[in-house]
Design a binder for this molecule. Structure first.
Ligand code: 5GP
Length: 115
């Protein structure tokens, strides 16, 4: 767990609706969605940034991607979504508890990495 807003959501200190939960992660709607579907897949383990993950986390990282795909399908955007991880403040990371953004339900500009 981590002492971030996501740590508090996972522990239940901040009430939040889980779209998905298993022993390793949760998925919640982003509070400030950038698209009709904007879900965050968050490991229960409080890894601050992707770059802080270790070899031990390999299975967990793969699991998060599988869950991202499942949640995208569950939300109706399984055919077209983006999966984004912001690593570090310079890349726009604001919550230092690893999370995957699943973004879909809108047009994406061809060839662009984001936006
Ligand atoms: P980052 O910029 O760190 O990659 O993404 C953090 C995301 O968390 C942002 O998109 C922001 O809107 C979202 N967020 C921040 N605080 C909360 C919160 O309390 N609840 C939810 N559901 N999302 C949050």
């Amino acid at each position: 767990m981590s002492d971030t807003v996501f740590g508090k959501i996972i522990s239940g200190d901040i009430p939040s609706e889980f779209l998905y939960e298993d022993e390793h992660c949760i998925a919640i709607n982003d509070v400030n969605p950038q698209a009709p579907v904007h879900v965050l897949v968050i490991p229960k383990k409080g890894i601050p940034r992707l770059v802080d993950s270790q070899l031990d986390d390999q299975a967990l990282l793969g699991h998060l991607m599988l869950v991202a795909g499942k949640v995208a399908t569950q939300q109706g955007v399984g055919e077209a979504f983006r999966l984004i991880v912001n690593n570090g403040a310079g890349a726009g990371q604001t919550v230092f508890h690893l999370h995957l953004h699943v973004i879909g339900g809108r047009e994406f500009a061809e060839g662009r990495m984001a936006g």
